[in-house]
Unconditional design. Structure first.
Length: 255
């Protein structure tokens, strides 16, 4: 197991990519603090992992739009396991596809808060632990929307571009401290049945523009295919990969 006894914190861990990442890290021998806003799914995931392969997943309730909860999850990981080796900033939110001339203030601020500010605050807190331990790894789940102009609305696009910039800045600033920071940029990934927060207020004209390229997707990816890349970036096999935005999209953006 490539991550035996590594301590990993994963946000947005109860569904989709976050759940797959959490499960795969535990399968690789990591001890995982799984963070989400609801406990039921986390408890189910932890129980299933323990029964199926002896995986160690510790549920932790936290709202990534609350600074105290962000600091609290790192504090809890240190209290529970003694240190943190890897932080996976996965929690995120799609916008309503509004262009810049039409977005709602509350929607814009919430998307930026969760997609950009929350990872920044979590990184700030975990960096202190990494410096104590002599190194660490940060993995930010960004998007192809952070590399191109119209995979979402103005808020989502700005937040993911910002997250990739933050990733690159962090990577270079802390490279001399054995701290690596990379981003994964998923393309079209199969969604669960959970309803997106802004689905009932979608900007239909913006959505129709942003989705023009969806016909070029050969097949949607699986959450586990993103988790595989996260495992690689957390492991020593990627020791010389730093500050990169790895596109995982089945070739969608090659056209």
């Amino acid at each position: 197991m490539s991550l035996k006894n590594k301590v990993v914190v994963v946000t947005g861990a109860s569904s989709g990519m976050g759940r797959a990442i959490t499960d795969m890290f535990a399968r690789e021998g990591a001890r995982v603090l799984a963070v989400a806003m609801g406990r039921k799914r986390l408890d189910e995931l932890a129980a299933r992992a323990a029964a199926a392969y002896g995986g160690e997943i510790v549920p932790h309730i936290g709202d990534m739009t609350v600074k105290a909860d962000i600091d609290g999850m790192i504090d809890q990981a240190v209290a529970q396991f003694g240190r943190v080796d890897v932080l996976v900033n996965n929690a995120g939110l799609m916008d309503d596809f509004s262009p810049v001339g039409e977005f709602d203030d509350a929607m814009f601020e919430k998307v930026l808060q969760l997609n950009l500010c929350a990872p920044a605050y979590a990184m700030r807190r975990v960096i202190r632990e990494f410096e104590k331990e002599g190194g660490g790894v940060i993995i930010n789940i960004a998007s192809v929307g952070g590399l191109f102009g119209c995979r979402g609305g103005a808020a989502y696009t700005a937040s993911k571009h910002g997250l990739i910039g933050l990733t690159k800045n962090t990577a270079y600033m802390y490279a001399n401290k054995n701290i690596r920071c990379n981003a994964i940029c998923p393309g079209s990934i199969k969604k669960e049945a959970d309803k997106e927060e802004f689905v009932d207020q979608m900007n239909e004209s913006g959505k129709s523009i942003a989705e023009k390229g969806m016909g070029l997707v050969d097949r949607p990816g699986e959450s586990e295919e993103i988790a595989d890349v996260a495992i690689f970036l957390a492991s020593d096999s990627s020791s010389y990969i730093n500050g990169q935005a790895l596109v995982v999209d089945g070739g969608w953006t090659c056209y």
